[in-house]
Design a protein around this ligand. Structure first.
Ligand code: AMP
Length: 440
């Protein structure tokens, strides 16, 4: 479901005709979303549109409704063409067209790779109203499918234009533009306004109306987000490597479980880092104690779970590390919101192992961005492996010992005493990083 709605305005108010209002209603679209409110009226007036909006904003409806309404006025085959960067998106777009047009016999075809060309040619032979395609496959059909042309096209939509251009579709798009009429309406939707999108906009659109409907889930520009794909067994090693590259930065490391916060804190402390855990296993006063150590700078690395960090008043940190990817992608937004606040620069690095790929893809979908890789040479990282493995072994042993003692005394088993011991041992040793510790 799209998130942004304005209660007072109806599809009727936007000039949408009765048939389509009913279609929206039957899909459960009671009121238009922000992008629909802003895009539909100028589109119905025949204007070109450039929309900055992301998946989830209701943008498909924003372009599909005016196209179908115009089609109802004068029915025609190959009336509109929507270009999408991916097969999945193309299919979703076609589904929304079909759902909106189900009561009026709307015919739509999807032309994407991975599906038999001949089968698609048969569907084209039925002269659909709407073609939704990835650029490469559309060019294939334009050059090879007999009797198929877009010479009478009235509407062109470039969806996710930033991705359409990033993925080297430029040549195919140029070819498509050269065989469709100049006299047409063009809608360009993009999550971001890159230089290439601007260039495309100049090439394709005439006096477009610009509309912006930023997603609730967008991240700020000063935030640099990266990911690092790692084998599960080397995760600790990569974490240590990243932390050695960010000496003295304030850093929050997020884990999935409370136990992991403790183990990682021990492990890092063993290697000379000033790390402190906050977990749901700790009492509130102890959590606050740990937090104060982080805030005062006594510790510069806070290791926490989503639950423990929620509601804590923490100033903006330099780096957020997702040691474990959150299963709920909205938690990602909350986590990375701990850095790059108030115009300051910040970095968020996500470590992803082979089991977490699915969650990571959910995050990419939510923020509507493909993230760049964190540059880490495996050979260099694994030079740390021996020391990290040893530190882990010692930490595990300590946890087993203190856990056992605490359980016998009926304590919480949060390793707080060990933290105190560690901090007093490391007083006056603030600047020591793993790299310097390693050299000694
Ligand atoms: P989109 O941003 O086009 O991918 O749409 C995201 C989701 O929002 C889709 O599942 C649509 O069915 C849904 N949607 C679009 N418009 C509305 C609306 N006005 N009210 C409720 N849901 C909507």
């Amino acid at each position: 479901m799209a998130e942004e709605k304005e209660e007072a305005i109806s599809f009727n108010d936007l000039g949408v005709n009765e048939q389509l209002v009913e279609a929206c209603d039957s899909l459960g679209w009671k009121t238009p979303t922000k992008i629909q409110i802003e895009a539909i009226p100028p589109a119905l007036e025949g204007k070109d549109i450039i929309g900055l909006a992301q998946t989830g904003s209701g943008k498909t409806g924003a372009f599909a409704i005016p196209i179908i309404q115009s089609l109802l006025e004068k029915e025609q085959a190959f009336f509109a063409c929507v270009l999408s960067p991916t097969r999945e998106l193309a299919i979703q777009i076609a589904e929304q067209f079909e759902a909106l047009g189900s009561g009026i016999g709307l015919k739509c075809v999807v032309l994407v790779g991975g599906v038999d060309l001949a089968q698609q040619s048969i569907l084209l032979g039925k002269r659909p109203h709407i073609v939704v395609a990835t650029p490469g496959r559309l060019v294939d059909h334009l050059s090879n499918t007999k009797g198929f042309s877009l010479r009478a096209l009235k509407y062109l939509v470039l969806d996710e234009a930033d991705r359409l251009l990033n993925e080297d579709f430029e040549k195919a798009i140029d070819e498509i533009l050269s065989v469709i009429p100049r006299e047409r309406r063009t809608y360009l939707f993009s999550a971001t306004m890159t230089k290439k999108v601007k260039k495309l906009q100049r090439a394709c659109l005439r006096n477009p109306i610009k509309i912006e409907a930023a997603s609730k889930y967008s991240t700020v520009d000063t935030l640099k987000q990266q990911y690092c794909f790692v084998a599960a067994k080397f995760k600790e090693c990569y974490l240590v490597f990243i932390l050695t590259e960010k000496p003295e930065s304030t850093c929050m490391v997020f884990t999935r479980t409370c136990d992991a916060t403790g183990l990682l804190a021990y492990l890092l402390r063993n290697l000379g880092f000033r790390a402190i855990p906050i977990s749901g296993h700790m009492s509130q006063p102890k959590r606050l104690g740990a937090l104060n150590k982080f805030k005062s700078g006594e510790c510069n690395i806070l290791i926490c779970t989503d639950v423990a960090s929620r509601g804590l008043d923490i100033p903006s940190v330099d780096v957020v590390i997702n040691y474990d990817i959150p299963m709920n992608s909205k938690d990602y937004i909350h986590r990375v919101g701990r850095t790059a606040r108030a115009g300051r620069a910040g970095v968020a690095i996500s470590l992803i192992n082979q089991y977490e790929m699915e969650w990571y893809l959910q995050i990419e979908k939510l923020i509507d961005k493909k993230l760049p890789k964190y540059p880490a040479e495996q050979d260099e990282v694994l030079q740390l492996l021996e020391r990290v493995t040893e530190a882990k072994r010692i930490s595990q042993m300590k946890i087993n010992e203190t856990g056992g003692k605490k359980r016998r005394r009926g304590g919480e088993g949060d390793g707080e005493e060990e933290i105190e011991k560690y901090l007093s041992r490391n007083k006056g040793n603030k600047g020591k990083s793993f790299k310097t510790a390693k050299r000694r």
